[in-house]
Design a protein around this ligand. Structure first.
Ligand code: NAP
Length: 339
């Protein structure tokens, strides 16, 4: 039976217009509406944490992609975590802690098949949106399955202090690689070297990255995990080793361009070095997420793995908070805490 006590007001952000360049406040509609009771087979989730991801910028655009665009007037798509507060699915009783694609809103209705359980005894809830969530799965499978690093090889990762970058660098260290991060600013570089254990970090905001690459990757780069694209990808292409692997995970430097995406100029380096460049979409590994969760939670438990989240309070802060990703203002996995 629906919970007769439900008398709740939802708060959400809906897409009002397709942005040109960086999203503006007028591209969002803030909405308040009654929370419906769950139908048979559904649960009602009180959303506690919302994951803010660079991919959200792409979902706001029209056109073909790996997932359909968010429609105008629709609640913005976002991953989230929360607690079941009304249930018509016996598998997810009231009180269950769950993750799912809940959207940028305070309450979400979902079917059991769309939910995953999260276990706060393994790691605090926000970590389930980071190392044990989508970024963790991306870094783990993108690095190991596509980058295929071997012990002793040199792995370089861009946006190194961010959600995916943290995973890639730490997993690469655990399997015995030399790891060089690229990040913006001394604080982030200090974090990845001194707290996450990377071998070195190049601060790209200090100037061109070529001298740092020459210093820290004297024999060249075996695996480059690219989160940024643009000029950084070109700089790495000029320094790859024979049979290098470049994992195209993202290109955040290009997501808000109004003048067309900048492709790699140095791509003939792939030819000369018999190297390859391959794109990834994390959802392709969905049936193997438990394998990555088991591995990463084991490393968290034995103290070999650190996870940093940047938690911003208040659903209403969403439009401005999302921009932190594109301004490099987030430090770790960016999450909104719904209060
Ligand atoms: P994040 O790294 O936590 O945050 C984004 C970071 O990107 C910023 O903090 C900033 O760090 C850096 N950045 C932003 N604009 C930049 C620019 N113009 N030049 C250089 N760096 C810039 O975000 P994330 O969630 O881990 O995502 C990282 C990348 O992975 C994104 O490209 C995302 O789209 C991609 N991704 C792909 C998949 C997939 O399935 N393919 C899944 C998840 C994420 P600095 O301060 O260091 O500049």
């Amino acid at each position: 039976m629906p919970d007769a006590r439900l008398d709740l007001v939802n708060r959400s952000f809906k897409l009002a217009a397709r942005p040109v360049g960086l999203p503006k406040r007028s591209d969002w509609l803030y909405d308040q509406s009654p929370v419906p009771s769950p139908a048979e087979g559904e649960v009602l989730v009180k959303v506690r944490y919302i994951s803010l991801d660079p991919a959200m910028r792409g979902w706001m655009n029209e056109g073909k992609s790996y997932i359909r665009p968010v429609a105008i007037g629709e609640v913005m798509r976002a991953g989230g975590l929360g607690e079941v507060i009304a249930s018509r699915d016996a598998n997810f009783p009231v009180g269950s802690q769950v993750s799912g694609s809940f959207g940028v809103q305070a309450y979400a209705t979902a079917r059991g098949a769309e939910l995953s359980r999260v276990d706060p005894s393994i790691a605090p809830l926000p970590v389930w949106l980071n190392a044990l969530g989508m970024p963790g799965m991306t870094g783990y499978f993108g690095l190991l399955d596509v980058g295929q690093p071997k012990a002793g090889e040199t792995v370089v990762v861009s946006a190194a202090a961010g959600a995916v970058g943290q995973v890639v660098g730490q997993v690469a260290k655990i399997i015995g690689c030399k790891v060089v991060g690229i990040a913006g600013g001394p604080e982030k570089c200090d974090f990845v070297v001194n707290e996450l254990g990377f071998d070195a970090c190049i601060d790209y905001k200090r100037g061109p990255i070529f001298p740092g690459l020459a210093k820290h990757c004297p024999e060249g780069v075996d695996v480059f995990f690219d989160n940024v694209g643009g000029d950084m990808l070109d700089a790495i292409l000029a320094r790859i080793r024979m049979r290098a692997r470049i994992v195209i995970c993202g290109a955040i430097s290009q997501y808000n361009t109004t003048t067309g995406i900048q492709g790699p100029k140095n791509y003939l380096s792939l030819l000369m070095n018999r190297a390859r460049m391959e794109g990834i979409v994390v959802f392709d590994w969905a049936d193997r997420y438990p394998e990555a969760i088991a591995a990463i939670s084991g490393w968290i438990a034995d103290g070999r793995y650190g996870s940093r989240e940047d938690i911003v309070p208040g659903l209403e802060a969403f439009p401005e908070t999302l921009l932190k990703l594109f301004r490099g203002e987030n430090f770790g996995k960016l999450i909104i805490e719904v209060v």
